[in-house]
Design a protein around this ligand. Structure first.
Ligand code: SAM
Length: 501
């Protein structure tokens, strides 16, 4: 059965509740808060219902239901656990054209009550068409985690600004796009911080951008619109000349569960997903089925990367200008050796709004997955993260300083591992410093080699490790004996320690 969802305006309308137990009481409170005039029919009402009647807030008939009780009612709820009574109420309701919900008795319902999440003016109703109220309640709880006080405050603010925005942006399609731009922007972040004035200023900025952007894009607008008719990607309602937002989202180190809640939420509403080589395929699958998925992964050892980066930038700008919401999904964190900043610069130069959602970086999470904390109060009060590409030719890094850093993490360091360890030793590092390489960290195929700085490169070569791999050098590697997945058995059994010092 398919139900037609509606929200009813019950102000001043008569609602009759048959039954006076705890369930009926909740229904009565809901009806009263919606402004209904409520009559309760029950020989044994709860104390609260009796008080409401004494206070004149409801009419109470202290007796069992009898035919005729629905006279003048607009809506009724049968909150009894007696199906025979429900059947009689149902017969009267059908005869008199009164909407009826019999609690937990689908056969006697002309409407069903959804599980509700309410936050200010926002109401989300979840229905399972009467099949599983328990599942509806759990889903409602999940929704509640997404829609909290900040969303309610934003909703109130947008409602307040509605007349002003209608006056400032009279063109309806431009206004619709502006509304999407506002709700897709970082305005919510200001609201979350309690900075309502900041949120107003940010909205004001976005409104002021509409004029210049419209005129800048107008020469192209006609042709864009014509092309749009043939584009399967084009989304109705987002086509008014303004670019949509590009979200740079950190996908985490490999385990798909390590994306942030915010990142996943954005991914699930993306029109276009542009993703890298190290992003888990199951995460890409989270995008809506109709979303365009563009793989822009580079070869593990680079090569022509600069041209590829220009192409990626151009792709992001192009899709955003078509009004499509783009999620640029990057391994780990977008700003840790992820070229995230370059993409932001390109978007800014093109006048495309963007927002960065940080991710769990492999620099910290991959050692952690092998039981290695990058800091430890007793042995390491600082850590540095470098790229192994810095070791290929002339290095701009201060290797003497790096040799002294308590914990050194090297990303993209697998192929240059012999050079990296040699440089550290040359610059005074102790050859017995514990060191580890973790390949495919956080994934079921994770492998770890633990050795010393002097022996690490040979051990890794013997094992034939493949990228992606993270190198960690420092006393923290010893902590692994206590915390490792292999030692505790707490994570995936396939994760393998290949060798120990
Ligand atoms: C281009 S960098 C990107 C880093 C990413 N932005 C981050 O924050 O994790 C890629 C490097 O991260 C490291 N890496 C990423 N995922 C990894 C994984 N699952 N296991 C081990 N190392 C990983 C490797 O050193 C790899 O070469």
């Amino acid at each position: 059965m398919t139900f037609y969802p509606v929200f009813l305006d019950l102000r001043g309308r008569r609602a009759v509740v048959i039954g006076g137990g705890a369930v009926a009481e909740q229904k009565v409170l809901g009806l009263l808060s919606a402004g209904a005039h409520v009559t309760v029919v029950s020989p044994e009402p709860t104390l609260r219902l009796a008080h409401l009647a004494t206070g004149g807030e409801i009419e109470l008939r202290r007796r069992p239901y009898r035919s005729g009780d629905l006279a003048g009612a607009w809506l009724a709820i049968a909150g009894t656990d007696d199906r025979a009574v429900n059947a009689r109420v149902w017969a009267e309701a059908e005869r008199e054209g009164v909407l009826l919900n019999a609690v937990d008795d689908l056969d006697h319902c002309s409407f069903i009550a959804p599980a509700i999440h309410r936050e200010g003016d926002i109401t989300v109703a979840v229905s399972t068409s009467g099949k599983s109220p328990a599942l509806a309640a759990r889903l409602r709880q999940r929704v509640a985690r997404l829609i909290g006080p900040a969303e309610a405050r934003l909703c109130a603010l947008l409602g307040e600004l509605r007349p002003e925005l209608a006056a400032r942006v009279p063109d309806p399609p431009a206004r619709t796009t502006l509304w999407y731009r506002i709700v897709d922007s970082d305005v919510i972040e200001f609201v979350r911080r309690g900075d309502i004035e900041g949120a107003r200023r940010r909205i004001d900025e976005l409104v002021s951008e509409v004029g210049p952007l419209e005129s800048r894009l107008k020469p192209r607008l006609g042709s864009t619109r014509k092309r749009a008719q043939h584009l399967p990607l084009q989304r109705q309602g987002r086509v008014a000349g303004l670019p949509a937002t590009v979200y740079l989202v950190g996908a985490g180190p490999g385990d798909p569960g390590l994306i942030t809640a915010k990142g996943l939420e954005l991914l699930r509403s993306a029109d276009v997903v542009v993703y890298d080589r190290l992003v888990a395929p199951s995460l890409v699958a989270e995008a809506p089925p109709k979303a365009e998925r563009v793989f822009v992964g580079k070869a593990p050892h680079g090569g022509g990367a600069d041209r590829a980066q220009d192409e990626i930038n151009a792709l992001l700008v192009d899709r955003a200008r078509r009004g499509l919401m783009v999620v640029r999904l990057k391994g780990g964190d977008p700003f840790v050796f992820g070229r995230g900043a370059e993409e932001c610069e390109a978007l800014q130069a093109a006048g495309v709004p963007f927002h960065v959602v940080p991710g769990v970086t492999s620099a910290i999470a991959v050692p952690a997955a092998a039981g290695i904390p990058v800091t430890h109060r007793r042995v390491a009060s600082a850590f540095a993260v470098v790229t192994g590409h810095e070791c290929d030719g002339v290095s701009s890094l201060d290797w003497e300083a790096l040799a002294r850093v308590p914990t050194l993490v090297v990303l993209m360091g697998l192929s240059a591992l012999p050079e990296i360890t040699a440089r550290l030793l040359e610059h005074g590092a102790d050859p017995d410093t514990p060191a580890a390489v973790i390949a495919s960290g956080t994934l079921p195929t994770q492998r770890t080699v633990v050795a010393t700085l002097a022996t690490l490169a040979d051990r890794v070569a013997e094992e034939g490790f493949e990228p992606p791999a993270t190198v960690v050098v420092g006393e923290v590697v010893r902590v692994r004996e206590l915390l490792s997945a292999e030692a505790t058995g707490l994570t995936h059994p396939a994760r393998r320690l290949v060798s120990q010092v």
